[in-house]
Ligand binder design. Sequence first.
Ligand code: COA
Length: 382
Amino acid sequence: MTTDAKPRAGLEDVIVGRSAICFLDGERGILSYQGFDIHDLADAERGVSFEECCYLLWHGRLPNRAELGDLQTQLAAARRLPDPILRAMRMLPPVDGMDALRTLVSMLAHHDPDVADRSPQAQLRKAVRLTGQIAALVATWGRLAAGGGPIDPDPGLGHAANFLYMLTGRRPSPAEARAFDVSLVLHADHELNASTFAARVAAATLTDLHSAIVGAIGTLKGPLHGGANADVMRMLLEIGRDAGPDRAEAYVRARLARREKIPGFGHRVYRTEDPRATHLRRFSKALGERAGEPQWYALSERIEAVVRSEKKLYPNVDFYSASMFHALGIPIDLYTPIFAVSRISGWTAHVLEQYANNRLIRPRTEYAGPAYPQPVVPLDRR
Ligand SMILES: CC(C)(COP(=O)(O)OP(=O)(O)OC[C@H]1O[C@@H](n2cnc3c(N)ncnc32)[C@H](O)[C@@H]1OP(=O)(O)O)[C@@H](O)C(=O)NCCC(=O)NCCS
Protein backbone atom coordinates (compact mmCIF):
# COMPACT_ATOMS: atom_id res chain seq x y z
CA MET A 1 0.00 0.00 0.00
CA THR A 2 1.22 3.54 -0.73
CA THR A 3 1.94 5.17 2.64
CA ASP A 4 1.62 8.76 1.34
CA ALA A 5 -2.04 8.30 0.26
CA LYS A 6 -4.08 11.00 1.99
CA PRO A 7 -7.78 10.43 2.70
CA ARG A 8 -10.33 12.86 1.25
CA ALA A 9 -13.24 13.64 3.56
CA GLY A 10 -16.38 12.12 2.09
CA LEU A 11 -14.33 10.71 -0.83
CA GLU A 12 -14.93 14.05 -2.55
CA ASP A 13 -13.97 13.90 -6.25
CA VAL A 14 -12.26 10.53 -5.77
CA ILE A 15 -12.66 8.25 -8.81
CA VAL A 16 -13.34 4.76 -7.48
CA GLY A 17 -14.36 2.89 -10.61
CA ARG A 18 -15.53 2.97 -14.21
CA SER A 19 -19.13 2.99 -15.35
CA ALA A 20 -20.91 3.42 -18.68
CA ILE A 21 -24.24 4.37 -17.14
CA CYS A 22 -24.14 8.00 -16.12
CA PHE A 23 -21.95 11.04 -16.87
CA LEU A 24 -21.92 14.06 -14.59
CA ASP A 25 -20.09 17.36 -15.08
CA GLY A 26 -20.62 19.45 -11.99
CA GLU A 27 -18.91 22.56 -13.39
CA ARG A 28 -21.03 22.71 -16.55
CA GLY A 29 -24.19 21.26 -15.01
CA ILE A 30 -24.31 18.28 -17.37
CA LEU A 31 -26.12 15.05 -16.53
CA SER A 32 -26.47 12.28 -19.09
CA TYR A 33 -27.63 8.66 -19.06
CA GLN A 34 -25.69 6.46 -21.50
CA GLY A 35 -24.71 9.60 -23.42
CA PHE A 36 -28.23 11.07 -23.63
CA ASP A 37 -28.51 14.56 -22.17
CA ILE A 38 -31.04 14.78 -19.36
CA HIS A 39 -32.65 17.86 -20.97
CA ASP A 40 -33.38 15.81 -24.11
CA LEU A 41 -34.71 12.89 -22.09
CA ALA A 42 -36.97 15.24 -20.11
CA ASP A 43 -38.07 17.33 -23.13
CA ALA A 44 -41.83 17.82 -23.57
CA GLU A 45 -41.83 16.63 -27.20
CA ARG A 46 -38.66 14.59 -27.77
CA GLY A 47 -38.41 13.21 -24.24
CA VAL A 48 -38.76 9.60 -23.10
CA SER A 49 -41.07 7.82 -20.69
CA PHE A 50 -39.74 6.35 -17.45
CA GLU A 51 -40.06 2.88 -18.99
CA GLU A 52 -37.85 3.89 -21.93
CA CYS A 53 -35.41 5.41 -19.46
CA CYS A 54 -35.25 2.13 -17.48
CA TYR A 55 -34.52 0.20 -20.66
CA LEU A 56 -31.79 2.70 -21.52
CA LEU A 57 -30.13 2.32 -18.12
CA TRP A 58 -30.29 -1.48 -18.16
CA HIS A 59 -29.39 -2.10 -21.82
CA GLY A 60 -27.34 0.94 -22.82
CA ARG A 61 -29.68 1.94 -25.65
CA LEU A 62 -33.26 3.08 -26.14
CA PRO A 63 -35.81 0.34 -26.87
CA ASN A 64 -37.70 -0.11 -30.12
CA ARG A 65 -41.49 -0.34 -29.94
CA ALA A 66 -41.58 -4.13 -29.46
CA GLU A 67 -38.91 -4.05 -26.73
CA LEU A 68 -40.76 -1.26 -24.95
CA GLY A 69 -44.02 -3.21 -25.19
CA ASP A 70 -42.37 -6.26 -23.62
CA LEU A 71 -40.97 -4.21 -20.78
CA GLN A 72 -44.34 -2.56 -20.14
CA THR A 73 -45.97 -6.00 -19.96
CA GLN A 74 -43.36 -7.26 -17.48
CA LEU A 75 -43.72 -4.15 -15.30
CA ALA A 76 -47.51 -4.42 -15.32
CA ALA A 77 -47.28 -8.06 -14.18
CA ALA A 78 -44.91 -7.11 -11.36
CA ARG A 79 -47.31 -4.49 -9.99
CA ARG A 80 -49.52 -7.26 -8.61
CA LEU A 81 -47.87 -7.75 -5.24
CA PRO A 82 -47.66 -11.22 -3.64
CA ASP A 83 -50.40 -11.68 -1.01
CA PRO A 84 -47.94 -12.26 1.88
CA ILE A 85 -46.44 -8.84 1.15
CA LEU A 86 -49.86 -7.18 1.32
CA ARG A 87 -50.52 -8.98 4.59
CA ALA A 88 -47.13 -7.96 6.01
CA MET A 89 -47.83 -4.38 5.01
CA ARG A 90 -50.98 -4.38 7.11
CA MET A 91 -49.13 -5.83 10.09
CA LEU A 92 -46.39 -3.19 10.22
CA PRO A 93 -46.66 -0.55 12.94
CA PRO A 94 -47.21 3.03 11.71
CA VAL A 95 -43.57 3.49 10.67
CA ASP A 96 -41.89 5.92 8.31
CA GLY A 97 -42.44 5.13 4.60
CA MET A 98 -38.74 4.44 4.00
CA ASP A 99 -38.59 2.03 6.92
CA ALA A 100 -41.62 0.18 5.56
CA LEU A 101 -40.07 0.08 2.09
CA ARG A 102 -36.78 -1.30 3.43
CA THR A 103 -38.56 -4.11 5.30
CA LEU A 104 -40.94 -4.99 2.48
CA VAL A 105 -38.28 -5.03 -0.26
CA SER A 106 -36.29 -7.40 1.92
CA MET A 107 -39.38 -9.60 2.18
CA LEU A 108 -39.92 -9.49 -1.59
CA ALA A 109 -36.72 -11.52 -1.96
CA HIS A 110 -38.47 -14.48 -0.27
CA HIS A 111 -41.19 -14.40 -2.92
CA ASP A 112 -39.02 -13.84 -5.98
CA PRO A 113 -38.86 -16.92 -8.24
CA ASP A 114 -35.36 -15.93 -9.40
CA VAL A 115 -33.88 -15.11 -6.02
CA ALA A 116 -31.16 -17.77 -6.13
CA ASP A 117 -30.48 -17.54 -9.88
CA ARG A 118 -27.32 -15.54 -10.48
CA SER A 119 -27.46 -15.61 -14.31
CA PRO A 120 -27.46 -12.17 -16.02
CA GLN A 121 -30.92 -12.95 -17.44
CA ALA A 122 -32.31 -13.64 -13.97
CA GLN A 123 -30.65 -10.53 -12.50
CA LEU A 124 -32.33 -8.44 -15.20
CA ARG A 125 -35.69 -10.10 -14.55
CA LYS A 126 -35.30 -9.23 -10.85
CA ALA A 127 -34.42 -5.63 -11.75
CA VAL A 128 -37.60 -5.29 -13.85
CA ARG A 129 -39.72 -7.05 -11.23
CA LEU A 130 -38.44 -4.85 -8.40
CA THR A 131 -39.10 -1.71 -10.45
CA GLY A 132 -42.74 -2.70 -10.89
CA GLN A 133 -43.10 -3.96 -7.33
CA ILE A 134 -41.58 -0.96 -5.56
CA ALA A 135 -43.98 1.42 -7.33
CA ALA A 136 -46.94 -0.74 -6.30
CA LEU A 137 -45.57 -1.06 -2.76
CA VAL A 138 -45.15 2.66 -2.22
CA ALA A 139 -48.57 3.52 -3.69
CA THR A 140 -50.30 0.82 -1.63
CA TRP A 141 -48.40 1.79 1.52
CA GLY A 142 -49.60 5.36 0.94
CA ARG A 143 -53.21 4.15 0.64
CA LEU A 144 -53.04 2.10 3.84
CA ALA A 145 -51.25 4.85 5.78
CA ALA A 146 -54.08 7.23 4.81
CA GLY A 147 -56.69 4.72 6.04
CA GLY A 148 -57.83 3.60 2.57
CA GLY A 149 -57.77 0.22 0.88
CA PRO A 150 -55.37 -0.96 -1.83
CA ILE A 151 -56.24 -0.17 -5.43
CA ASP A 152 -55.55 -2.72 -8.14
CA PRO A 153 -53.10 -1.58 -10.82
CA ASP A 154 -54.50 -0.56 -14.19
CA PRO A 155 -52.41 -2.34 -16.85
CA GLY A 156 -53.59 0.19 -19.43
CA LEU A 157 -51.72 3.01 -17.70
CA GLY A 158 -48.03 3.86 -17.97
CA HIS A 159 -45.78 3.47 -14.95
CA ALA A 160 -46.11 7.08 -13.75
CA ALA A 161 -49.87 7.40 -14.32
CA ASN A 162 -50.51 4.01 -12.74
CA PHE A 163 -48.55 4.99 -9.63
CA LEU A 164 -50.67 8.13 -9.15
CA TYR A 165 -53.83 6.11 -9.80
CA MET A 166 -52.91 3.41 -7.28
CA LEU A 167 -52.08 6.11 -4.73
CA THR A 168 -55.01 8.48 -5.16
CA GLY A 169 -57.71 6.35 -6.80
CA ARG A 170 -58.00 8.99 -9.51
CA ARG A 171 -56.61 8.69 -13.03
CA PRO A 172 -54.29 11.68 -13.45
CA SER A 173 -54.68 14.23 -16.22
CA PRO A 174 -52.18 13.92 -19.11
CA ALA A 175 -50.30 16.97 -17.78
CA GLU A 176 -50.04 15.50 -14.27
CA ALA A 177 -49.02 12.09 -15.61
CA ARG A 178 -46.33 13.53 -17.88
CA ALA A 179 -44.95 15.80 -15.13
CA PHE A 180 -44.65 12.85 -12.76
CA ASP A 181 -43.24 10.68 -15.54
CA VAL A 182 -40.52 13.26 -16.21
CA SER A 183 -39.77 13.55 -12.49
CA LEU A 184 -39.17 9.76 -12.45
CA VAL A 185 -36.82 10.14 -15.42
CA LEU A 186 -34.98 12.95 -13.63
CA HIS A 187 -34.49 10.89 -10.45
CA ALA A 188 -33.55 7.64 -12.22
CA ASP A 189 -29.77 7.76 -11.90
CA HIS A 190 -27.02 10.02 -10.64
CA GLU A 191 -23.67 8.36 -11.01
CA LEU A 192 -22.04 7.32 -7.75
CA ASN A 193 -24.38 9.01 -5.27
CA ALA A 194 -24.32 7.57 -1.75
CA SER A 195 -27.10 4.99 -2.18
CA THR A 196 -25.79 3.76 -5.54
CA PHE A 197 -22.33 3.43 -4.05
CA ALA A 198 -23.83 1.45 -1.16
CA ALA A 199 -25.57 -0.85 -3.67
CA ARG A 200 -22.36 -1.37 -5.65
CA VAL A 201 -20.29 -2.09 -2.54
CA ALA A 202 -22.84 -4.70 -1.48
CA ALA A 203 -23.06 -6.20 -4.99
CA ALA A 204 -19.27 -6.42 -5.17
CA THR A 205 -19.34 -9.00 -2.38
CA LEU A 206 -21.53 -11.03 -4.78
CA THR A 207 -24.44 -10.86 -2.38
CA ASP A 208 -27.90 -11.07 -3.98
CA LEU A 209 -29.58 -8.18 -5.79
CA HIS A 210 -32.30 -7.68 -3.16
CA SER A 211 -29.70 -7.31 -0.39
CA ALA A 212 -27.87 -4.66 -2.40
CA ILE A 213 -31.13 -2.75 -2.94
CA VAL A 214 -32.09 -2.95 0.74
CA GLY A 215 -28.73 -1.33 1.57
CA ALA A 216 -29.40 1.38 -1.00
CA ILE A 217 -32.85 2.11 0.44
CA GLY A 218 -31.41 2.53 3.94
CA THR A 219 -28.80 4.90 2.53
CA LEU A 220 -31.26 6.98 0.51
CA LYS A 221 -33.30 7.62 3.65
CA GLY A 222 -30.72 9.96 5.21
CA PRO A 223 -31.50 13.72 5.32
CA LEU A 224 -28.23 14.52 3.50
CA HIS A 225 -29.41 12.35 0.58
CA GLY A 226 -32.98 11.51 -0.50
CA GLY A 227 -34.57 12.51 2.80
CA ALA A 228 -34.10 16.17 1.93
CA ASN A 229 -37.23 16.41 -0.27
CA ALA A 230 -39.51 15.71 2.71
CA ASP A 231 -37.55 18.21 4.82
CA VAL A 232 -38.11 20.87 2.14
CA MET A 233 -41.89 20.43 2.33
CA ARG A 234 -41.82 20.46 6.13
CA MET A 235 -39.92 23.74 5.93
CA LEU A 236 -42.49 25.24 3.51
CA LEU A 237 -45.35 24.14 5.78
CA GLU A 238 -43.54 25.61 8.80
CA ILE A 239 -43.26 28.93 6.98
CA GLY A 240 -46.98 28.62 6.31
CA ARG A 241 -49.29 28.48 3.31
CA ASP A 242 -50.50 32.07 3.80
CA ALA A 243 -47.16 33.48 4.92
CA GLY A 244 -46.03 35.14 1.70
CA PRO A 245 -42.53 35.44 0.24
CA ASP A 246 -41.36 38.14 2.69
CA ARG A 247 -41.95 35.82 5.61
CA ALA A 248 -40.16 33.02 3.76
CA GLU A 249 -37.20 35.33 3.28
CA ALA A 250 -37.08 36.27 6.97
CA TYR A 251 -37.36 32.59 7.94
CA VAL A 252 -34.48 31.53 5.72
CA ARG A 253 -32.28 34.44 6.75
CA ALA A 254 -32.85 33.51 10.40
CA ARG A 255 -31.90 29.89 9.73
CA LEU A 256 -28.78 30.90 7.85
CA ALA A 257 -27.84 33.27 10.69
CA ARG A 258 -28.03 30.27 13.03
CA ARG A 259 -25.69 28.48 10.55
CA GLU A 260 -28.38 25.92 9.80
CA LYS A 261 -28.50 24.20 6.43
CA ILE A 262 -31.47 24.83 4.16
CA PRO A 263 -32.78 21.52 2.83
CA GLY A 264 -32.80 21.19 -0.96
CA PHE A 265 -29.70 23.34 -1.55
CA GLY A 266 -26.09 22.51 -2.26
CA HIS A 267 -24.57 19.51 -3.91
CA ARG A 268 -21.33 17.57 -3.64
CA VAL A 269 -20.79 17.62 -7.40
CA TYR A 270 -22.70 20.52 -8.99
CA ARG A 271 -21.10 23.96 -8.87
CA THR A 272 -23.90 25.40 -10.98
CA GLU A 273 -27.62 24.73 -11.37
CA ASP A 274 -28.58 21.08 -10.96
CA PRO A 275 -30.08 20.36 -14.42
CA ARG A 276 -32.85 18.34 -12.78
CA ALA A 277 -33.96 21.37 -10.77
CA THR A 278 -34.51 23.32 -14.00
CA HIS A 279 -37.37 20.97 -14.96
CA LEU A 280 -38.75 20.46 -11.46
CA ARG A 281 -38.98 24.23 -10.96
CA ARG A 282 -41.15 24.44 -14.09
CA PHE A 283 -43.42 21.59 -12.91
CA SER A 284 -43.69 23.03 -9.40
CA LYS A 285 -44.98 26.31 -10.84
CA ALA A 286 -47.33 24.79 -13.43
CA LEU A 287 -48.82 22.10 -11.18
CA GLY A 288 -49.13 24.51 -8.24
CA GLU A 289 -51.17 26.87 -10.41
CA ARG A 290 -53.33 24.02 -11.71
CA ALA A 291 -53.97 22.83 -8.16
CA GLY A 292 -54.97 26.37 -7.10
CA GLU A 293 -52.01 26.53 -4.69
CA PRO A 294 -49.44 28.82 -6.32
CA GLN A 295 -48.14 29.97 -2.94
CA TRP A 296 -45.72 27.08 -2.44
CA TYR A 297 -43.90 27.97 -5.63
CA ALA A 298 -43.90 31.64 -4.64
CA LEU A 299 -42.31 30.78 -1.28
CA SER A 300 -39.82 28.43 -2.95
CA GLU A 301 -38.82 31.03 -5.53
CA ARG A 302 -37.99 33.56 -2.79
CA ILE A 303 -36.10 30.99 -0.74
CA GLU A 304 -34.03 30.15 -3.81
CA ALA A 305 -33.23 33.84 -4.41
CA VAL A 306 -32.07 34.31 -0.80
CA VAL A 307 -29.94 31.15 -0.63
CA ARG A 308 -28.38 31.90 -4.00
CA SER A 309 -27.43 35.44 -3.07
CA GLU A 310 -26.38 34.72 0.53
CA LYS A 311 -24.65 31.33 0.14
CA LYS A 312 -24.03 31.03 -3.62
CA LEU A 313 -25.83 27.69 -3.45
CA TYR A 314 -28.23 26.34 -6.07
CA PRO A 315 -31.33 24.22 -5.54
CA ASN A 316 -30.78 20.50 -5.98
CA VAL A 317 -33.20 17.79 -7.14
CA ASP A 318 -35.00 17.79 -3.79
CA PHE A 319 -35.99 21.45 -3.62
CA TYR A 320 -38.67 21.90 -6.28
CA SER A 321 -39.71 18.25 -6.30
CA ALA A 322 -41.19 18.86 -2.83
CA SER A 323 -43.73 21.48 -3.94
CA MET A 324 -44.34 19.56 -7.16
CA PHE A 325 -45.22 16.36 -5.27
CA HIS A 326 -47.42 18.42 -2.93
CA ALA A 327 -49.33 19.83 -5.91
CA LEU A 328 -49.93 16.23 -7.08
CA GLY A 329 -51.57 15.46 -3.72
CA ILE A 330 -48.76 13.17 -2.56
CA PRO A 331 -48.29 12.96 1.25
CA ILE A 332 -44.88 14.05 2.58
CA ASP A 333 -44.06 10.64 4.01
CA LEU A 334 -43.98 9.28 0.45
CA TYR A 335 -41.55 11.83 -1.04
CA THR A 336 -38.40 9.85 -0.31
CA PRO A 337 -40.02 6.48 -1.14
CA ILE A 338 -40.97 8.03 -4.51
CA PHE A 339 -37.30 8.84 -5.04
CA ALA A 340 -36.75 5.09 -4.61
CA VAL A 341 -39.62 4.29 -7.05
CA SER A 342 -37.47 5.96 -9.68
CA ARG A 343 -33.90 5.29 -8.43
CA ILE A 344 -34.50 1.53 -8.35
CA SER A 345 -33.78 1.70 -12.10
CA GLY A 346 -30.37 3.27 -11.58
CA TRP A 347 -29.50 1.13 -8.56
CA THR A 348 -30.25 -2.08 -10.43
CA ALA A 349 -28.41 -0.88 -13.56
CA HIS A 350 -25.32 -0.28 -11.41
CA VAL A 351 -25.66 -3.62 -9.64
CA LEU A 352 -25.92 -5.43 -13.00
CA GLU A 353 -22.86 -3.55 -14.24
CA GLN A 354 -20.98 -4.44 -11.05
CA TYR A 355 -21.86 -8.14 -11.35
CA ALA A 356 -20.80 -8.14 -15.01
CA ASN A 357 -17.26 -6.98 -14.20
CA ASN A 358 -16.75 -7.51 -10.52
CA ARG A 359 -13.94 -7.01 -8.08
CA LEU A 360 -14.52 -6.80 -4.31
CA ILE A 361 -14.62 -3.13 -3.21
CA ARG A 362 -12.35 -2.88 -0.20
CA PRO A 363 -10.58 0.46 0.34
CA ARG A 364 -8.37 1.42 3.28
CA THR A 365 -8.45 4.00 6.09
CA GLU A 366 -5.63 6.11 7.42
CA TYR A 367 -5.06 4.87 10.96
CA ALA A 368 -5.65 7.61 13.57
CA GLY A 369 -5.91 5.54 16.79
CA PRO A 370 -3.60 5.04 19.80
CA ALA A 371 0.12 4.41 19.18
CA TYR A 372 1.08 0.87 18.32
CA PRO A 373 1.74 -1.39 20.16
CA GLN A 374 -0.31 -0.89 23.34
CA PRO A 375 0.51 -3.19 26.29
CA VAL A 376 -2.39 -5.40 27.45
CA VAL A 377 -2.64 -4.65 31.21
CA PRO A 378 -4.10 -7.56 33.23
CA LEU A 379 -7.78 -7.05 34.14
CA ASP A 380 -7.26 -6.49 37.93
CA ARG A 381 -4.63 -3.80 37.27
CA ARG A 382 -6.70 -1.67 34.81
C1 COA B 1 -25.79 18.02 -0.36
C2 COA B 1 -24.77 18.29 0.75
C3 COA B 1 -24.81 17.13 1.74
C4 COA B 1 -23.37 18.35 0.11
O1 COA B 1 -22.50 18.40 1.19
P1 COA B 1 -20.92 18.65 1.11
O2 COA B 1 -20.41 18.59 -0.27
O3 COA B 1 -20.32 17.74 2.11
O4 COA B 1 -20.83 20.16 1.57
P2 COA B 1 -20.77 20.66 3.07
O5 COA B 1 -21.91 20.12 3.87
O6 COA B 1 -19.38 20.43 3.57
O7 COA B 1 -21.00 22.20 2.86
C5 COA B 1 -20.02 23.12 2.38
C6 COA B 1 -20.38 24.52 2.88
O8 COA B 1 -21.61 24.94 2.29
C7 COA B 1 -22.60 25.11 3.30
N1 COA B 1 -23.84 24.47 2.86
C8 COA B 1 -23.94 23.34 2.13
N2 COA B 1 -25.22 23.07 1.92
C9 COA B 1 -25.93 24.01 2.55
C10 COA B 1 -27.31 24.25 2.66
N3 COA B 1 -28.19 23.42 2.14
N4 COA B 1 -27.70 25.34 3.36
C11 COA B 1 -26.80 26.19 3.87
N5 COA B 1 -25.48 26.01 3.79
C12 COA B 1 -25.06 24.93 3.12
C13 COA B 1 -22.08 24.37 4.53
O9 COA B 1 -22.60 24.90 5.71
C14 COA B 1 -20.60 24.59 4.39
O10 COA B 1 -20.31 25.90 4.79
P3 COA B 1 -18.99 26.23 5.66
O11 COA B 1 -17.86 25.83 4.79
O12 COA B 1 -19.12 27.68 5.93
O13 COA B 1 -19.11 25.35 6.88
C15 COA B 1 -25.08 19.62 1.46
O14 COA B 1 -25.10 20.67 0.51
C16 COA B 1 -26.36 19.57 2.25
O15 COA B 1 -26.35 19.12 3.41
N6 COA B 1 -27.52 20.06 1.66
C17 COA B 1 -28.77 19.99 2.35
C18 COA B 1 -29.37 18.60 2.26
C19 COA B 1 -29.82 18.26 0.86
O16 COA B 1 -30.49 19.04 0.19
N7 COA B 1 -29.46 17.05 0.39
C20 COA B 1 -29.87 16.54 -0.90
C21 COA B 1 -28.69 16.43 -1.82
S1 COA B 1 -29.19 16.03 -3.47
